[in-house]
Design a binder for this molecule. Structure first.
Ligand code: AMP
Ligand code: MG
Length: 326
Protein backbone atom coordinates (compact mmCIF):
# COMPACT_ATOMS: atom_id res chain seq x y z
CA UNK A 1 0.00 0.00 0.00
CA UNK A 2 1.50 3.39 -0.84
CA UNK A 3 1.56 5.82 2.04
CA UNK A 4 -0.10 9.24 1.84
CA UNK A 5 3.33 10.79 1.51
CA UNK A 6 4.45 8.62 -1.38
CA UNK A 7 1.10 9.24 -3.11
CA UNK A 8 1.58 12.97 -2.90
CA UNK A 9 5.14 12.56 -4.18
CA UNK A 10 3.80 10.57 -7.11
CA UNK A 11 1.32 13.36 -7.71
CA UNK A 12 4.11 15.92 -7.77
CA UNK A 13 6.16 13.84 -10.18
CA UNK A 14 3.27 13.55 -12.60
CA UNK A 15 2.92 17.35 -12.96
CA UNK A 16 4.19 17.94 -16.49
CA UNK A 17 7.49 19.76 -16.29
CA UNK A 18 8.30 22.50 -18.78
CA UNK A 19 11.25 20.90 -20.50
CA UNK A 20 14.27 22.84 -21.75
CA UNK A 21 14.12 23.40 -25.50
CA UNK A 22 15.47 25.32 -28.46
CA UNK A 23 13.46 28.49 -29.08
CA UNK A 24 13.29 30.24 -32.44
CA UNK A 25 11.49 33.57 -33.00
CA UNK A 26 11.66 36.10 -35.82
CA UNK A 27 10.36 39.60 -36.46
CA UNK A 28 10.75 42.27 -39.13
CA UNK A 29 12.79 45.14 -37.66
CA UNK A 30 15.18 47.72 -39.20
CA UNK A 31 13.80 46.90 -42.63
CA UNK A 32 15.02 43.33 -42.42
CA UNK A 33 14.29 39.90 -40.98
CA UNK A 34 15.61 39.58 -37.42
CA UNK A 35 15.82 36.27 -35.60
CA UNK A 36 16.82 34.89 -32.22
CA UNK A 37 17.45 31.24 -31.47
CA UNK A 38 18.46 30.03 -28.02
CA UNK A 39 18.46 27.12 -25.60
CA UNK A 40 15.95 27.87 -22.88
CA UNK A 41 15.79 26.10 -19.52
CA UNK A 42 12.52 27.97 -18.84
CA UNK A 43 10.46 27.86 -22.03
CA UNK A 44 7.52 29.59 -20.29
CA UNK A 45 9.67 32.73 -20.14
CA UNK A 46 11.12 32.35 -23.61
CA UNK A 47 8.64 34.60 -25.38
CA UNK A 48 9.13 37.52 -23.05
CA UNK A 49 12.91 37.13 -23.30
CA UNK A 50 12.81 36.99 -27.12
CA UNK A 51 10.54 40.04 -27.13
CA UNK A 52 12.93 41.93 -24.86
CA UNK A 53 15.74 41.22 -27.36
CA UNK A 54 13.57 42.42 -30.27
CA UNK A 55 12.54 45.51 -28.26
CA UNK A 56 16.20 46.40 -27.84
CA UNK A 57 16.69 46.20 -31.62
CA UNK A 58 13.62 48.37 -32.14
CA UNK A 59 14.92 50.95 -29.66
CA UNK A 60 18.24 51.21 -31.54
CA UNK A 61 16.37 51.49 -34.84
CA UNK A 62 14.35 54.41 -33.46
CA UNK A 63 17.55 56.17 -32.47
CA UNK A 64 19.45 55.62 -35.71
CA UNK A 65 16.95 55.33 -38.49
CA UNK A 66 17.26 57.88 -41.27
CA UNK A 67 13.77 56.88 -42.45
CA UNK A 68 12.24 58.31 -39.30
CA UNK A 69 12.47 62.13 -39.38
CA UNK A 70 12.22 62.40 -35.58
CA UNK A 71 15.08 59.97 -34.86
CA UNK A 72 18.11 61.41 -33.11
CA UNK A 73 20.22 60.72 -36.19
CA UNK A 74 17.75 62.50 -38.52
CA UNK A 75 17.85 65.49 -36.18
CA UNK A 76 21.66 65.49 -36.33
CA UNK A 77 21.57 65.44 -40.14
CA UNK A 78 19.06 68.29 -40.25
CA UNK A 79 21.04 70.60 -37.95
CA UNK A 80 24.72 69.77 -37.53
CA UNK A 81 25.93 71.81 -40.52
CA UNK A 82 24.60 74.94 -38.77
CA UNK A 83 25.82 74.32 -35.26
CA UNK A 84 27.23 71.49 -33.14
CA UNK A 85 24.56 69.06 -31.98
CA UNK A 86 24.77 67.48 -28.56
CA UNK A 87 23.99 63.76 -28.82
CA UNK A 88 23.10 60.95 -26.44
CA UNK A 89 26.20 59.13 -25.29
CA UNK A 90 25.02 56.07 -27.19
CA UNK A 91 24.72 57.73 -30.60
CA UNK A 92 27.85 59.80 -30.07
CA UNK A 93 29.75 56.64 -29.08
CA UNK A 94 28.57 54.73 -32.13
CA UNK A 95 29.61 57.50 -34.54
CA UNK A 96 32.94 57.86 -32.75
CA UNK A 97 33.53 54.10 -32.92
CA UNK A 98 32.60 54.04 -36.62
CA UNK A 99 35.48 56.46 -37.28
CA UNK A 100 37.91 53.75 -36.18
CA UNK A 101 36.70 51.61 -39.12
CA UNK A 102 37.16 54.59 -41.45
CA UNK A 103 40.77 55.04 -40.34
CA UNK A 104 41.46 51.31 -40.49
CA UNK A 105 40.05 51.03 -44.03
CA UNK A 106 41.56 54.28 -45.27
CA UNK A 107 38.09 55.76 -45.79
CA UNK A 108 36.42 52.77 -47.50
CA UNK A 109 34.02 52.60 -44.57
CA UNK A 110 32.65 56.09 -44.04
CA UNK A 111 29.30 56.91 -42.42
CA UNK A 112 29.28 60.22 -44.35
CA UNK A 113 28.88 58.15 -47.57
CA UNK A 114 25.23 59.22 -47.07
CA UNK A 115 26.03 62.74 -48.36
CA UNK A 116 25.79 61.06 -51.78
CA UNK A 117 24.04 57.86 -50.71
CA UNK A 118 20.76 59.62 -49.95
CA UNK A 119 20.44 60.47 -53.67
CA UNK A 120 19.91 56.77 -54.46
CA UNK A 121 16.46 55.25 -54.19
CA UNK A 122 16.70 51.53 -54.88
CA UNK A 123 13.02 50.55 -54.68
CA UNK A 124 12.18 53.30 -57.24
CA UNK A 125 15.35 52.54 -59.25
CA UNK A 126 16.57 56.13 -59.03
CA UNK A 127 20.21 57.18 -58.98
CA UNK A 128 22.07 60.48 -59.15
CA UNK A 129 23.67 61.49 -62.46
CA UNK A 130 27.38 62.34 -62.69
CA UNK A 131 26.82 66.05 -62.08
CA UNK A 132 24.73 65.43 -58.95
CA UNK A 133 27.37 63.05 -57.60
CA UNK A 134 30.11 65.60 -58.30
CA UNK A 135 28.19 68.29 -56.39
CA UNK A 136 27.53 66.09 -53.35
CA UNK A 137 30.87 64.22 -53.22
CA UNK A 138 32.74 66.83 -51.09
CA UNK A 139 30.27 65.97 -48.30
CA UNK A 140 31.78 62.48 -48.01
CA UNK A 141 34.75 62.62 -45.67
CA UNK A 142 34.67 61.40 -42.10
CA UNK A 143 37.54 63.77 -41.29
CA UNK A 144 35.08 66.65 -41.59
CA UNK A 145 32.95 65.37 -38.74
CA UNK A 146 34.09 67.44 -35.77
CA UNK A 147 33.54 65.53 -32.54
CA UNK A 148 33.64 67.18 -29.12
CA UNK A 149 34.33 64.41 -26.60
CA UNK A 150 33.48 66.56 -23.57
CA UNK A 151 30.09 67.75 -24.77
CA UNK A 152 29.50 64.68 -26.96
CA UNK A 153 28.50 66.99 -29.76
CA UNK A 154 29.11 66.71 -33.50
CA UNK A 155 29.50 69.46 -36.08
CA UNK A 156 29.51 68.97 -39.86
CA UNK A 157 32.38 71.05 -41.25
CA UNK A 158 30.90 70.97 -44.74
CA UNK A 159 27.43 71.85 -45.94
CA UNK A 160 25.52 68.92 -47.41
CA UNK A 161 27.09 66.34 -45.08
CA UNK A 162 24.91 63.48 -43.87
CA UNK A 163 25.56 60.51 -41.64
CA UNK A 164 23.96 57.09 -42.06
CA UNK A 165 24.79 54.18 -39.77
CA UNK A 166 23.27 51.49 -42.03
CA UNK A 167 26.70 49.88 -42.40
CA UNK A 168 27.16 49.28 -38.67
CA UNK A 169 23.92 49.78 -36.70
CA UNK A 170 22.52 46.30 -37.35
CA UNK A 171 25.67 44.71 -35.97
CA UNK A 172 25.49 46.96 -32.92
CA UNK A 173 21.81 46.04 -32.45
CA UNK A 174 22.67 42.32 -32.70
CA UNK A 175 25.36 42.68 -30.01
CA UNK A 176 22.92 44.52 -27.75
CA UNK A 177 20.13 41.99 -28.29
CA UNK A 178 22.53 39.17 -27.38
CA UNK A 179 23.41 41.06 -24.18
CA UNK A 180 19.69 41.04 -23.31
CA UNK A 181 19.53 37.25 -23.79
CA UNK A 182 22.67 36.74 -21.70
CA UNK A 183 21.24 38.84 -18.87
CA UNK A 184 18.27 36.46 -19.04
CA UNK A 185 20.61 33.54 -18.32
CA UNK A 186 21.02 32.30 -21.89
CA UNK A 187 24.40 30.83 -22.84
CA UNK A 188 23.72 29.14 -26.21
CA UNK A 189 22.21 31.53 -28.74
CA UNK A 190 22.25 32.99 -32.20
CA UNK A 191 21.00 36.52 -32.94
CA UNK A 192 20.64 37.63 -36.52
CA UNK A 193 19.57 40.82 -38.32
CA UNK A 194 19.75 40.50 -42.11
CA UNK A 195 23.40 39.84 -42.94
CA UNK A 196 24.70 40.23 -39.37
CA UNK A 197 24.88 37.36 -36.89
CA UNK A 198 26.30 36.81 -33.41
CA UNK A 199 26.72 33.32 -32.00
CA UNK A 200 27.18 32.47 -28.31
CA UNK A 201 28.28 29.01 -27.25
CA UNK A 202 27.65 25.86 -29.25
CA UNK A 203 24.79 23.42 -29.79
CA UNK A 204 25.84 20.88 -27.14
CA UNK A 205 29.14 19.81 -28.63
CA UNK A 206 28.13 20.72 -32.17
CA UNK A 207 28.78 24.02 -33.94
CA UNK A 208 26.15 26.35 -35.28
CA UNK A 209 26.13 26.36 -39.07
CA UNK A 210 25.85 29.65 -40.94
CA UNK A 211 25.38 29.71 -44.70
CA UNK A 212 26.83 32.32 -47.04
CA UNK A 213 24.48 32.93 -49.92
CA UNK A 214 25.38 32.47 -53.54
CA UNK A 215 25.45 36.07 -54.88
CA UNK A 216 23.54 34.96 -57.98
CA UNK A 217 20.76 32.91 -56.42
CA UNK A 218 18.60 33.97 -53.52
CA UNK A 219 17.93 30.46 -52.21
CA UNK A 220 21.30 28.88 -52.93
CA UNK A 221 23.98 28.63 -50.26
CA UNK A 222 27.52 28.98 -51.62
CA UNK A 223 29.33 28.01 -48.45
CA UNK A 224 28.45 26.65 -45.02
CA UNK A 225 30.62 27.58 -42.04
CA UNK A 226 30.52 25.66 -38.73
CA UNK A 227 30.87 28.27 -35.97
CA UNK A 228 30.89 28.76 -32.21
CA UNK A 229 31.33 31.96 -30.16
CA UNK A 230 31.82 34.40 -33.01
CA UNK A 231 30.12 37.10 -35.02
CA UNK A 232 29.76 36.88 -38.79
CA UNK A 233 28.50 39.47 -41.29
CA UNK A 234 28.10 39.39 -45.04
CA UNK A 235 27.85 42.45 -47.27
CA UNK A 236 26.64 41.78 -50.80
CA UNK A 237 25.52 43.58 -53.95
CA UNK A 238 22.23 41.64 -53.95
CA UNK A 239 20.58 43.15 -50.88
CA UNK A 240 19.24 46.43 -52.28
CA UNK A 241 19.89 47.10 -55.94
CA UNK A 242 18.60 47.58 -59.44
CA UNK A 243 20.19 46.72 -62.78
CA UNK A 244 20.34 49.29 -65.54
CA UNK A 245 21.97 48.80 -68.94
CA UNK A 246 24.00 45.84 -67.67
CA UNK A 247 25.30 47.75 -64.62
CA UNK A 248 24.25 47.00 -61.07
CA UNK A 249 23.51 49.94 -58.78
CA UNK A 250 23.39 48.83 -55.15
CA UNK A 251 23.50 50.11 -51.61
CA UNK A 252 27.22 49.95 -50.80
CA UNK A 253 28.84 53.15 -52.01
CA UNK A 254 32.51 53.72 -52.70
CA UNK A 255 33.22 56.98 -50.84
CA UNK A 256 35.87 57.96 -53.41
CA UNK A 257 33.49 57.89 -56.39
CA UNK A 258 29.94 58.12 -54.98
CA UNK A 259 29.11 55.14 -57.22
CA UNK A 260 28.29 51.60 -56.05
CA UNK A 261 31.41 49.58 -55.18
CA UNK A 262 32.02 46.90 -57.81
CA UNK A 263 35.22 45.08 -56.86
CA UNK A 264 33.38 42.19 -55.14
CA UNK A 265 30.04 40.36 -55.13
CA UNK A 266 30.15 39.65 -51.41
CA UNK A 267 32.41 40.04 -48.39
CA UNK A 268 32.02 37.98 -45.22
CA UNK A 269 33.89 38.81 -42.01
CA UNK A 270 34.32 36.83 -38.77
CA UNK A 271 35.29 38.61 -35.53
CA UNK A 272 34.30 38.64 -31.84
CA UNK A 273 31.47 41.21 -32.11
CA UNK A 274 28.78 41.85 -34.71
CA UNK A 275 29.56 45.55 -34.72
CA UNK A 276 33.11 44.69 -35.80
CA UNK A 277 31.98 42.24 -38.48
CA UNK A 278 29.29 44.63 -39.74
CA UNK A 279 31.67 47.57 -40.15
CA UNK A 280 34.49 45.44 -41.54
CA UNK A 281 32.35 43.52 -44.06
CA UNK A 282 31.15 46.79 -45.57
CA UNK A 283 34.75 48.06 -45.61
CA UNK A 284 36.13 44.90 -47.27
CA UNK A 285 33.32 44.99 -49.83
CA UNK A 286 34.41 48.49 -50.89
CA UNK A 287 38.15 47.75 -50.75
CA UNK A 288 38.05 44.62 -52.91
CA UNK A 289 39.92 41.32 -52.50
CA UNK A 290 43.50 42.52 -52.44
CA UNK A 291 43.28 45.55 -50.15
CA UNK A 292 40.39 44.13 -48.13
CA UNK A 293 42.07 40.82 -47.29
CA UNK A 294 45.36 42.62 -46.57
CA UNK A 295 43.55 44.76 -43.98
CA UNK A 296 41.90 41.68 -42.42
CA UNK A 297 45.23 39.83 -42.31
CA UNK A 298 46.66 42.68 -40.22
CA UNK A 299 43.94 42.25 -37.56
CA UNK A 300 44.13 39.67 -34.76
CA UNK A 301 41.14 37.36 -34.39
CA UNK A 302 39.48 38.57 -37.60
CA UNK A 303 38.94 36.57 -40.80
CA UNK A 304 37.19 37.06 -44.11
CA UNK A 305 35.86 35.24 -47.19
CA UNK A 306 35.18 37.19 -50.37
CA UNK A 307 33.45 36.30 -53.63
CA UNK A 308 34.86 38.10 -56.69
CA UNK A 309 32.83 39.21 -59.74
CA UNK A 310 34.27 36.14 -61.52
CA UNK A 311 32.85 33.88 -58.81
CA UNK A 312 36.22 33.09 -57.21
CA UNK A 313 36.13 32.52 -53.44
CA UNK A 314 39.16 33.93 -51.59
CA UNK A 315 40.03 33.57 -47.90
CA UNK A 316 42.04 35.53 -45.36
CA UNK A 317 45.14 33.87 -43.92
CA UNK A 318 43.38 32.36 -40.88
CA UNK A 319 40.92 30.47 -43.10
CA UNK A 320 43.22 29.40 -45.91
CA UNK A 321 43.73 25.60 -45.75
CA UNK A 322 47.42 24.67 -45.29
CA UNK A 323 49.18 24.38 -48.66
CA UNK A 324 46.35 26.05 -50.57
CA UNK A 325 48.16 29.38 -50.86
CA UNK A 326 46.57 32.78 -50.45
P1 AMP B 1 26.11 46.20 -45.04
O1 AMP B 1 25.01 45.36 -45.56
O2 AMP B 1 26.43 46.01 -43.63
O3 AMP B 1 27.33 46.17 -45.90
O4 AMP B 1 25.60 47.68 -45.04
C1 AMP B 1 25.20 48.34 -46.19
C2 AMP B 1 24.70 49.65 -45.72
O5 AMP B 1 25.82 50.43 -45.28
C3 AMP B 1 24.07 50.45 -46.80
O6 AMP B 1 22.70 50.16 -46.92
C4 AMP B 1 24.32 51.85 -46.31
O7 AMP B 1 23.35 52.19 -45.33
C5 AMP B 1 25.65 51.76 -45.61
N1 AMP B 1 26.81 52.10 -46.47
C6 AMP B 1 26.90 52.09 -47.81
N2 AMP B 1 28.13 52.40 -48.24
C7 AMP B 1 28.87 52.64 -47.12
C8 AMP B 1 30.23 53.00 -46.88
N3 AMP B 1 31.11 53.17 -47.87
N4 AMP B 1 30.62 53.16 -45.60
C9 AMP B 1 29.75 52.96 -44.56
N5 AMP B 1 28.46 52.62 -44.73
C10 AMP B 1 28.02 52.44 -45.98
MG1 MG C 1 28.11 46.38 -42.60
Amino acid sequence: MPTALSLSLLGLLSIPEARAEWIFREQAIMGTRCAVEFWSERPAEADSLANAAFDEMRRIDRLMSTYKPDSELSQLNARAANKPQVLSLELFGLIRDSLAYSRLSDGAFDVTYASVGYLYDFPSQRRPNTAAIRRALPGIDYRHLRLDEKRHSIFFERKGMRVDLGGIAKGYAVDRAMAVLKRGGITRAMVNAGGDTLIAGDRFGKPWVVGIRDPNERDKVALRLPLTDTAISTSGDYERYFDEGGTRYHHIIDPRTGDSARLLRSATVLAPTAMQTDGLSTAVFVMGAERGLAMINRLDGVDAVVVTPQGKVLYSRGLTPPGAGP
